[in-house]
Design a protein around this ligand. Structure first.
Ligand code: PMP
Length: 390
């Protein structure tokens, strides 16, 4: 007996699902160099264009001078610096929650929060389009785990009626592959009526939604009672790395005691926390970034629908073009690349079967002309591949 890895890889290749990593030789920005080719990129999550902001970069350098390059230990041992602490206070203020807890990544924040809050004898209910880290956390928790239809209050309600023990309803704030918002007012009202808690992973909403960039909870004006567990990531609109969980004093103390991915991992480098404090300030104060982004989104949607492309119901910087067939999505991505444009094709199992798409993401660092270049290249790519436009 041996592990037959080559057949597994060959199957994946044959199904046009083989994943590859573009190798950047430039900083990640809207203009990137991949394998020596300069490309205009529409696939980063750097929604506000802060990943290369000189003041954020300078803060990182200053952080390195003050704290060195590594966290050195877990938070509970000796890895919790003044930089981490100040960032937690600033994140609590941004989210309007009493406390926030820094985590090393969004994936770990989701695993940590869910496994610390529910276990055997409890229930976790999740939107079927939730991010993989939430679904994995649900399985790992040992709680009864059920997925409700996407954004469907009736489907959620049926499951809430059968729930046992402590019940956690979990949803993305902005769905990462579709770009639409969770219907949080309805979801929160139902959960509260049944004594369940709501957890929102707003990885893609922070910085983009809300007057001050406070994300989906600011957008809908939801309190800590509506959404007791709020997760955000720092590697997207904040432009840095890491994540946080925000909520009540008791929630954060519970996570410090029981969230294993918090307890047993090295803290993020303090310099990253220091840089994030700067990007948080820019994210809040520079409202023009959100306004510019909104104009780019409108320009792209108008142009794409004029080309007959299938947009999704999204008003966020995530603007997927639904293609359906995985091979076609790959062909279209390659045809764009020949024209100097980088857009990633997203295929199953990341998205449901038959819904392969080009995941276009827009950034405040793009210009109106960049959008026009993308639209022009899409038009040419479509006519070079007639079976796609059919
Ligand atoms: N949640 C969502 C909705 C995400 O899209 C992602 C990452 N793309 C994560 C969590 C994981 O965050 P991180 O990259 O910080 O691990």
């Amino acid at each position: 007996m041996s592990f037959d890895l080559s057949s597994r890889l060959a199957e994946r290749r044959a199904a046009h699902l083989y994943r590859q990593r573009p190798r950047l030789t430039s900083p990640q920005d809207v203009q990137v160099t991949v394998d020596g080719q300069q490309l205009l990129a529409f696939c980063s999550n750097d929604y506000l264009g802060l990943a290369n902001h000189p003041e954020v970069a300078e803060a990182m350098v200053e952080g390195v001078r003050r704290w060195g390059v590594g966290g050195g230990a877990s938070h509970l041992v000796i890895g919790h610096s003044e930089a981490h602490h100040q960032l937690e206070d600033a994140l609590a203020e941004l989210t309007g929650r009493p406390r926030a807890l820094l985590m090393s990544s969004g994936y770990m924040a989701n695993i940590g929060a869910i496994t610390a809050l529910v276990g055997q004898g409890d229930t976790v209910l999740q939107d079927r389009l939730n991010h993989a880290s939430l679904l994995d956390a649900g399985l790992l928790s040992g709680a009864r785990f059920s997925r409700y239809l996407h954004n469907d209050a009736d489907s959620l309600n049926k499951r809430l009626a059968k729930a046992v023990g402590n019940t956690l309803v979990v949803t993305d704030g902005v769905f990462s592959m579709d770009g639409d918002l969770a219907e949080l007012p309805a979801i929160c009202a139902q959960a509260r009526a049944r004594g369940a808690w709501v957890m929102v992973d707003d990885a893609h909403g922070f910085g983009c939604l809300g007057e001050q960039g406070g994300g989906v909870v600011e957008h809908y004006g939801l309190s800590v009672d509506d959404v007791p567990v709020l997760v955000g990531t720092l590697g997207k609109a904040f432009g840095t790395a890491g994540a946080f969980i925000a909520g009540s004093e008791e929630l954060i103390e519970t996570l410090i005691q029981f969230a294993r991915p918090y307890i047993y991992t090295t803290s993020q480098p303090p310099a990253v926390a220091w840089a994030t404090l700067k990007s948080l300030q820019l994210l809040r104060e520079e409202g023009w970034r959100r306004e510019h982004l909104a104009r780019l989104i409108a320009r792209f949607r108008e142009g794409a629908s004029a080309l007959g492309l299938q947009l999704m119901d999204s008003a966020t910087p995530i603007q997927p073009l639904l293609i359906g067939n995985s091979e076609r999505a790959m062909q279209l991505s390659a045809a764009l690349r020949e024209r100097g444009i980088l857009v990633t094709a997203i295929r199953p199992p990341t998205v449901p079967q038959g819904t392969a798409r080009l995941r276009v993401t827009l950034s405040a660092a793009h210009s109106g002309e960049d959008i026009d270049r993308l639209l022009g290249a899409l038009q040419q790519a479509l006519s070079s591949l007639p079976e796609i436009s059919a």
